[in-house]
Design a protein around this ligand. Sequence first.
Ligand code: GTP
Ligand code: MG
Length: 255
Amino acid sequence: MRDPRRKKYNLRGKKMDYTDSSYDSVDSWKTIILLYNSALKEINTKLEILNDEFQHVHRYNPIEHIKSRIKTPESIVKKLRQRGYESTIENMVKYVNDIAGIRVICSFTSDIYNIAEMLANQSDINVLSIKDYISHPKESGYKSYHMIVTVPIFLSDGCVDTKVEIQIRTVAMDFWASLEHKINYKFEGEAPEHIKRELFECAEMVSDLDAKMMSLNDEIKGFAASESELEEQIESQKRAAERTLLKEKLYAEAE
Ligand code: GTP
Ligand code: MG
């Protein structure tokens, strides 16, 4: 059931003119940006808590770093126009899913799925869509795990479920995506065939690297586990020997 405290902001028909000085528009635009900024803070905190807990329990950080951004008004308008929608606040909230965007950079592919699952299982997070470009890479070679979620934002007079796009990828996938983005920007999406081909080859190298790094890490974890098992065995043998010595001493004194 919907929380009765939830307020529905009436955004119908409001013009998305963020330079408009009429009180109504400015207020709506500011409220919307406040909501998206708050949603980024909420998701950021959730991710930091998960990372801290992992450090506490497993002595290991699955998240390397987190980047977040709010889409510029110009890009929002451009996206709406490309999709044939009028630039209204209602359309922007409804059709632009990446106004609030967060990028989570992990060490290993397995961390990506762990983080995604732990976030999705939180009771206040509602997953609207998932695109797994790791198991199904794009034609370009692009790999990343995308989720569109909503998170409730409590304001003084109500609560609004606010959308956030979360992209989760490894350091290597991020390196590749940044270069590919730069190249595509330079060639306005029409990069020469040989560059596209070489980029695709790099994407395959990135996948190999990620797979090798993950299996190396698993092997190291195996060593660490057997090392601590060995330490535990030595400790318990020491304790047993101490008990035997104590018993012998007590018997000797009693005789
Ligand atoms: P937009 O691309 O944002 O319009 O959304 P979409 O509906 O196509 O969603 P998708 O999940 O495919 O892409 C969302 C975002 O992922 C993009 O805005 C980029 O940040 C990133 N992305 C997707 N495909 C690629 C790619 O081929 N290369 C790079 N570098 N980034 C990509
Ligand atoms: Mg985008």
